[in-house]
Design a binder for this molecule. Structure first.
Ligand code: PEP
Ligand code: MN
Length: 590
């Protein structure tokens, strides 16, 4: 059997991982499983053929349809293979020695919080904290080592993270389950070596459609299905944004698109509705949901496989960096990091200390900069220092502190990686990987972050030209990672008055040449506290998408870059200034 790469969203211990491993085992498919940080990265890995098969949750018994999953399957034109109903069995897991009475915080996926409402309200002193997935919840409890923090997660996560069960069967309803879809790239016929279709299996089809806003139009669409003897299984709707009060409908029904009656019905439906997207047909789950007692204990797998050369990278002839070139994507790239959008007409401010120095320092900074208007938290744990005797950063300990501060404040985090072997571990803990000026042309590092599945903040090298910066970004995109933001942070010139010369002319040039968002870092650009404020204003006025600035609770005590560290009050003044400067609206359709 061919060996492949199977992807799920989350980290070891997530329900998705259990479902995926069950599927692979049941079908005798030899694939290594790999957790990725988001659904979007999962579908990107599949559509770029870096993975062969993946799992995505599509419905929760309480939360209903996971519409994002349907939308992504449609957008990336993936092929659904099979449906799995999985009985989720939430347990409260804590560190060894903890008791139920110690628990003050319960980390859990938002849908799990919804499913365990009664149980959680019975925990007198504890509050629930949403977390991206159940694996992460369990992992964070283990990392915290604290008896006051617990996670709602499957029993298998206890074994993976050496946790103990403080309470069993925490869901309000004992029969709670979720629906998952196994999906693959469109090109891979479901019957090939990795394929899924079982002969004789009951088949289901999923689709998304929108109807005109007219009396009876939905009923008409549904009657087409009924007239062709098709049994509908599920119908849900959401607003069709940008189309008045029209709505989009998510429908599942029995049958396969290759069945004659289904093919006819779909042809009629296409004519009757405003937009129709058929996700595809797949093996239906038969019988009761499965999986409550499934236990998978496995060592952490390497996060990102080597690119398998299914499709060679073909550089188009006209441009030396085609993937980053503006004409490839005239509308511009928008990065979505947590709830933050960069490149989307909003001006964003990323702030935090040069170096993470202590838990208190980063927690305080996170809280303050958030309250004053930052949308993302920066902090260096691995510091590229000119002198080997200067403070080199707290390393992984610092990264853990940054991650905690990010969770506590709700701010996504960014931190620098200096070597390829730091990339996978950093990608597990922070939201954005920074490539520092000194490493802008470390090509192995660029390739590694290109495969890490996290957005990248790429700083311009100390003596790099604008085109060299773009060529460096091209390395990251060529590895399959489209989520790059460029950062002008000052270059070396003959002028010694400022630490570097902040090249603001790079902003319009970069925006014209590339579709990637452009940030400006005036802190490293000028290196002198009092000159940072005017340059922040200038950066917004010249058309940057955002700023990266260094802020410290007590600049005089900063362990690195103290001359350029802003106080919290300096930072507030800058934010107030920025509010008075309009965003530059420019279109660059070239
Ligand atoms: C930093 O942002 O912490 C940093 C070291 O910046 P640069 O790589 O631009 O010098
Ligand atoms: Mn710095």
């Amino acid at each position: 059997m061919k060996t492949g790469v199977a992807v799920y969203q989350g980290v070891d211990g997530a329900y998705s991982q259990l479902v995926l491993e069950h599927f692979l085992r049941e079908r005798g498919i030899g694939a290594s499983t790999l957790g990725v940080p988001s659904y979007r990265e999962l579908v990107t890995a599949l559509s770029s053929l870096r993975a062969d098969v993946g799992v995505i949750p599509i419905e929760n018994a309480i939360g209903g349809t996971v519409r994002e999953a349907y939308d992504l399957i449609a957008e990336f034109e993936l092929a659904p293979w099979a449906e799995i109903l999985w009985r989720t069995d939430h347990r409260l897991l804590g560190v060894r020695g903890a008791t139920l009475r110690d628990v003050r915080e319960v980390l859990a996926h938002p849908l799990v919080i919804a499913e365990c409402g009664k149980f959680l309200s019975g925990l007198e002193h504890a509050r629930a904290i949403p977390c991206e997935d159940t694996g992460v919840a369990a992992r964070e409890v283990a990392r915290s080592g604290s008896p006051s923090i617990a996670a709602l997660a499957p029993p298998s996560a206890a074994a993976i993270y050496d946790l103990v069960e403080l309470a069993a069967h925490c869901a309000d309803h004992p029969a709670t389950y979720s629906r998952f879809l196994i999906v693959g790239p469109q090109h891979a016929a479901p019957n090939d070596a990795l394929g899924a279709a079982r002969t004789g299996a009951r088949r289901k089809t999923s689709l998304i459609f929108a109807v005109e806003e007219r009396t009876g139009s939905l009923a008409h669409c549904l009657s087409i299905l009924a007239e062709h003897g098709i049994n509908g299984d599920k119908l849900e709707s959401k607003p069709y944004l940008g189309h008045g009060s029209e709505r989009i409908f998510y429908v599942d029904f029995d049958g396969d698109v290759r069945d004659e009656n289904v093919a006819e019905a779909l042809a009629e439906l296409k004519a009757a509705c405003k937009a129709l997207s058929v996700l595809g047909s797949y093996d239906a789950h038969i019988g009761e949901p499965i999986g409550a007692n499934e236990v998978v204990v496995r060592p952490s797998l390497e996060r990102v496989p080597e690119r398998r050369t299914l499709e060679p990278i073909v550089p188009p002839a006209e441009s030396p960096f085609p993937r980053v070139a503006r004409r490839t994507k005239p509308e511009g790239t928008v990065l979505r990091i947590g709830g933050v959008r960069i490149g989307d007409g909003e001006f964003v401010v990323i702030a935090g200390p040069c170096s993470i120095e202590s838990r208190e320092q980063i927690l305080e900074t996170a809280r303050e900069v958030r309250a004053r208007g930052a949308v993302m938290l920066r902090g260096g744990a691995f510091k590229p220092r000119t002198s080997p005797y200067a403070f080199q950063g707290l390393g992984w300990e610092g990264v853990t502190m940054l991650a905690e501060a990010g969770r506590a404040s709700g701010l996504p985090t960014v931190s620098e990686v200096m070597t390829t072997d730091q990339v996978a571990r950093m990608a597990e803990q922070v939201d954005v990987l920074q490539i520092g000026a000194r490493n802008m042309q470390n090509f192995d590092l660029l390739k590694a972050v290109g495969r890490a599945g996290r957005p990248v903040l790429l700083k311009r090298g100390l003596s790099a030209t604008i085109d060299e910066l773009l060529a460096a970004a091209e390395y990251v995109l060529a590895e399959g990672n489209p989520n790059v933001m460029l950062c002008e942070r000052g270059i070396r010139t003959f002028e010694p008055a400022t630490r570097n010369t902040l090249d603001l002319s790079a902003v319009p040039v970069l925006r014209e040449r590339s579709h990637l968002p452009v940030l400006v870092d005036p802190s490293h650009g000028v290196g002198v506290r009092r000159w940072i404020r005017p340059l922040c204003r200038a950066a917004k006025a010249v058309g940057a998408h955002g700023l990266l600035v260094e802020v410290h609770p007590n600049p005089a005590e900063a362990k690195s870059d103290k001359e350029q560290a802003l106080t919290f009050d300096d930072f507030s003044e800058i934010i107030a200034d920025l509010e008075r400067i309009p965003i530059v609206e420019t279109t660059f359709a070239r």
